[in-house]
Write a protein that binds this ligand. Structure first.
Ligand code: DMJ
Length: 673
């Protein structure tokens, strides 16, 4: 053992430190003394006994340890901090081997992602926490209730007037908080549907509750039952012979494929919901869930697929609260977007939804004015629901552009627009029939949908109705029926398409929304004419086109029909307008007229083995010449409007809360009246 003194006298090179303790100090001679003073003195003495080198080395070691301590503290600090801030579930050291579970799972389950279905919309803002119940939104203002089958049938004659119902409905609204549909979607009556803003909202999530409908449903009556029976008969044919295909061919018991997307089934979904056909709805829903695929190499017409498919899916989503329909709507909506990639942004008529390409018809680069201006309600609503502005932007741009275009005649538009130049073509021909009709309808309905704020739309609508009055209105002989003719290069033609019969309903809707009362007078006159287009014909069914007599001639009726125009395609427009007229006036003659029409459809177009068919000749009751085709709009529109017309429940699609697209699919008004 080396002594410290020896070490100091002969300083050989050492690479260790030796500390020599005296025997007393080592064993504590004199007894154990552990006093503080003794310990301090003893330490000091030992320190003094060390050589300078030894002291330096010890000091250096201490200093080194201190520096290391500080460094390691700062570098450990962050991970430690973040570790302690992480949610508990993330702090759990889950093994990364799939299928291997923790032996002791956490007591609380890990929080779920707010909405797993939103993965395909990366641009959406993160989901906010759910709002408290009193501000809950969507699906908006659902007023649909299943018609009650177990209650006493109520005929049209024992119902109170629409005026009284309006008052009653108002009172009900004040006292009620929510209504619930038969599939469990609940809507708060005081919630409004908000318009899209520049900063888009998140998708609305419907809320389901297990509760009973708080509002006593208005019982369905025998005329509504007759509509249900007609629907079931049509559906029977569709189901047996054309399930999942576009259109039933009821005579040949086969089907017609147009887009190959189950057009009739989708068009009919919300009708089944409104009619309370649960079983049929569920079966159709399964088809949508399992078999409806849009990833197909097929050309679809932008307008038709928007109003029937996108519109049908959106309205069914709103009525049912079932997210499946919104997901499908998003899918088809995205696939239709290539149509807008044109030099002028006026969309092409056709889109290949599988390939993502679009093109005009083979013979022209024009699109139809009605087609490019009657897709707005649907695309705007899709933006509101998804939070993705692109849909609304595309269709709003079309409207803004058309608003500025020259070539109008007192608000009346030509029938074609060029996708390259963005200009109207075939100038000088004006009609409210085919190729222009729903332009006028959607001016008003977009204005209503958006909460009556978009003044340009209203301006264009008001100007156009003035244009109709100035250039297209005439009276027939001998009955002096007011009708809407056509203007071709300054020449008036007394020709009116059945399609024009949407107009009385639209005018009445405008008047109901505060527009001038003379629109309502015009609506009353025009719906009388549309009814006469049925009543003056041998089968009691309207032809596709009529010509009115302008001069009284002995033995001539007001309505003339050309051989090429005497077909009937089961179209809805007159029944649609009857529905609006009854809702707003309560005049039961409108229900009676609709009832006559339904009976005539049953008499001349019903196919015994299932389905209804278009006919070739409305003038021949003994042989109306069935055409072997049931259009999807017969289920989507005609029967739906019949059912609503016969109903005395104004909350069965409340017109202050919903606006119908041009295929009779109700979409919510963003700021309901
Ligand atoms: C439907 O597809 C729509 O109502 C469209 O607006 C016009 N044509 C048919 C019904 O007639």
């Amino acid at each position: 053992m080396y002594s410290a003194a020896a070490a100091a006298s002969s300083p050989p090179r050492r690479d260790f430190i030796s500390v020599t303790l005296s025997p007393e100090e080592a064993v504590g001679v004199g007894g154990y003394n552990n006093s503080k003073a003794w310990r301090r003195r003893s330490c000091w003495r030992k320190w003094k006994q060390l050589s300078r080198l030894q002291r330096s080395v010890i000091l250096f070691v201490f200093a080194f340890l201190a520096v290391c301590g500080v460094i390691s503290y700062t570098s450990m600090g962050e991970p430690w901090k973040s570790l302690t801030n992480k949610p508990l579930d993330e702090q759990r050291t889950e093994p990364e081997i799939p299928g291997l579970k923790l032996a002791n799972p956490a007591v609380l389950p890990a929080p779920q992602k707010a909405d797993a279905n939103r993965g395909d919309y990366p641009e959406l803002p993160p989901q906010k926490p759910p709002k408290p119940p009193h501000v809950r939104r969507g699906p908006p203002n659902l007023q649909i209730k299943p018609p009650r089958r177990d209650v006493r049938l109520k005929t049209q004659h024992d119902t109170s007037s629409v005026g009284q119902e309006l008052v009653q409905a108002d009172q009900n609204e004040k006292t009620e908080k929510s209504v619930i549909s038969w599939r469990g979607a609940v809507i708060e009556t005081d919630q409004s549907t908000e318009p899209p803003s520049s900063k888009m909202k998140e998708p609305e999530k419907p809320t389901s509750v297990e509760a009973e409908d708080q509002k006593e449903p208005v019982p369905i009556n025998d005329r509504q039952l007759a509509v249900i029976e007609a629907f079931r008969h049509a559906w029977k044919g569709y189901k047996e012979f054309s399930w999942g295909h576009d259109e039933l061919k009821p005579l040949s018991k086969s089907y017609n494929e147009w887009f190959g997307l189950g057009l009739t089934l989708i068009d009919a979904l919300d009708t089944m919901w409104i009619l309370g056909l649960k079983e049929e709805f569920e079966e159709a829903r399964k088809w949508v869930a399992n078999d409806l695929v849009f990833d197909k190499n097929v050309d679809v017409n932008l307008f038709e697929s928007t109003i029937r498919i996108l519109g049908g899916l959106l309205s069914t989503y709103h009525l049912s609260g079932d997210n499946l329909f919104l997901e499908k709507a998003k899918d088809i909506g995205n696939r239709l977007m290539p149509a807008f990639k044109t030099p002028s942004k006026i969309p092409y008529s056709d889109v290949n939804i599988g390939r993502g390409t679009a093109h005009p018809p083979r013979w022209t680069s024009d699109s139809t004015v009605a087609e490019v201006t009657s897709i707005q309600l649907e695309f705007r609503e899709l933006s509101r629901l998804t939070g993705d502005e692109k849909f609304q932007k595309a269709v709003d741009e079309v409207m803004k552009h058309v608003h500025t275009l020259s070539g109008k005649n007192d608000g009346l538009v030509p029938m074609f627009i060029n996708t390259n130049s963005g200009q109207f073509t075939h100038l000088g021909v004006y009609t409210l029939g085919a190729r222009a009709d729903s332009y006028y309808e959607y001016l008003l309905k977009q204005w209503i949908q958006g909460g009556k704020k978009e003044n340009e739309l209203l301006e264009d609508y008001m100007r156009a109705i003035e244009g109709v009055k100035k250039h297209l209105l005439q009276r027939s002989q001998p009955k002096k029926l007011t009708f809407v003719g056509e203007l071709a290069h300054g020449h008036f033609s007394a020709k009116m398409d059945h399609l024009v019969c949407f107009l009385p309903g639209t005018l009445a809707l405008g008047a109901h929304n505060g527009l001038t009362a003379d629109h309502m007078q015009l609506a009353e006159a025009l719906i009388e004419t549309c009814y006469q287009m049925y009543a003056q014909v041998e089968t009691g069914l309207s032809p596709e086109i009529v010509h009115f007599n302008l001069h009284a001639e002995k033995g001539h009726k007001d309505v003339e029909i050309k051989p090429a125009d005497r077909h009937n395609l089961l179209r809805p427009e007159t029944v649609e307008s009857l529905f609006y007229m009854y809702r707003f006036t309560g005049d039961k003659k409108y229900q009676d007229w609709g009832w006559e029409i339904l009976q005539n459809f049953n008499k001349y177009t019903r196919v015994p083995t299932g389905g209804y068919t278009s006919i070739n000749n409305v003038q021949n009751p003994s042989n109306p010449e069935p055409r072997d085709k049931m259009e999807s709009f017969f289920l989507g529109e005609t029967l739906k409007y019949m059912f609503l017309l016969f109903s005395d429940d104004i909350d069965l699609i409340n017109l202050d809360k919903y606006v119908f697209n041009t295929e009779a699919h109700p979409l919510p008004i963003w700021v309901p009246a």
